[in-house]
Design a protein around this ligand. Sequence first.
Ligand code: GLU
Length: 451
Amino acid sequence: MAVSDHVDFNGFMEGVKRRNPYQPEFVQAVQEVAEDIFPFLDSNEEYHSQQILRRIAEPDRVVSFRVCWEDDNGNVRVQRGWRVQNNNAIGPYKGGLRFHPSVTESVLKFLAFEQTFKNALTGLPMGGGKGGSNFNPKGKSVREIQRFCQSFMTELYRHIGADVDVPAGDIGVGGREIGFMFGQYKRITGQFTGVLTGKGLEYGGSLIRPEATGYGAVYFLANMLATKDQDLVGKTAVISGSGNVATHAAEKIVQLGGKVLTLSDSGGFIHDPDGLTQEKIDWVKTHKTHRRGRIEEYVEAFPGASFTAGKTPWGVPCDVALPCATQNELLGEDAKALIANGVKAVSEGANMPTDLDGVHAFRGAKILFAPGKAANAGGVAVSGLEMSQNSERRSWKEEELQQMLKDIMAGIHKSCETYGRQGDGYIDYVKGANIGGFKKVADAMLAFGVV
Ligand code: GLU
């Protein structure tokens, strides 16, 4: 839209900036949604008069707390922990926990805001939340991580519950950390409930939860390509990140006949012109996740590849790109480089990896561009299925779950098409995801009145 035409939009964003000083990530996430919602409000007066967007952009609550723990040398360490409960109009708060030194209140507020729309898009009854800490797991021993997780849960437990708020993993929080936190929750409350997702299979976890975010992002990509009668066979893919999302996205691309050229971490990116095989991906999984190594070491294991320090992989020509690392890792100039190199589709495995300039560049060039809240919803969707299995006290079969994940991703694609198709046939997935997610939450909120 021509933003300047909307006096209300500018006034709204001024208010968001004023009320959230020094929270640039949160302001960015709200702006990206508001750019689509304001024109939509013109023809939906009730959402406007009931101040629905204004309410969704004000978290229900932000809880912050001190987390003390002792390191292996007996030093007392102090971290800050948070849980942002953004909106529970359509279900219990749901969203991951992130342990990373970059975590601030702004980052968690943006993630909880995005999660609200993402969870609505899955079609499952989940509200939006997010939490975490500025704790840096890198270089910590397993015992230190265990002590931190236990201390974190000793405070968090009073704010969560299977019907209240159900955290899961995110950056720095995987199956091991969920295990430590679930054990502590159970120990404090004496209850075995589905209070966390991403659990181990032995104690209520769901099959395919670890794979779901990366696989889902590739299913979404395949759905987008199918609108142009294309598929992934023979397509080159540039992927950033080398964690759970990136490695599973790479795996699914390879399974569907594509060629993955890159992976990255905070040190730089590797470029493997021969393409990653399942064997190479398994090496990365073991090396990065289990040994917490550096991606740089890939070139020693697979000499055909090269490593570029301190750079992101967006300059490598490709057919499809999947940013799967973290927020604001793909900037305006990167988007322009990808477009100049002929990229056909971009699917965001991470949350808000593309900055606003990049989003505008992709939409302006009419590239197939799936925002994280649509493309990476597969993870939280299978978390929703884990909650259902816990409530039923059963475990579903892998084939059933695989099919449900595919169906959910196809359903999200359909919503994006419904709300994002333009007059010239172009599907604006950002607009489609924003309006599709907003509408469901907004209609529930209208039903509740002014609360
Ligand atoms: N952290 C993931 C996300 O960004 C998953 C959250 C969950 O499973 O609750 O959607």
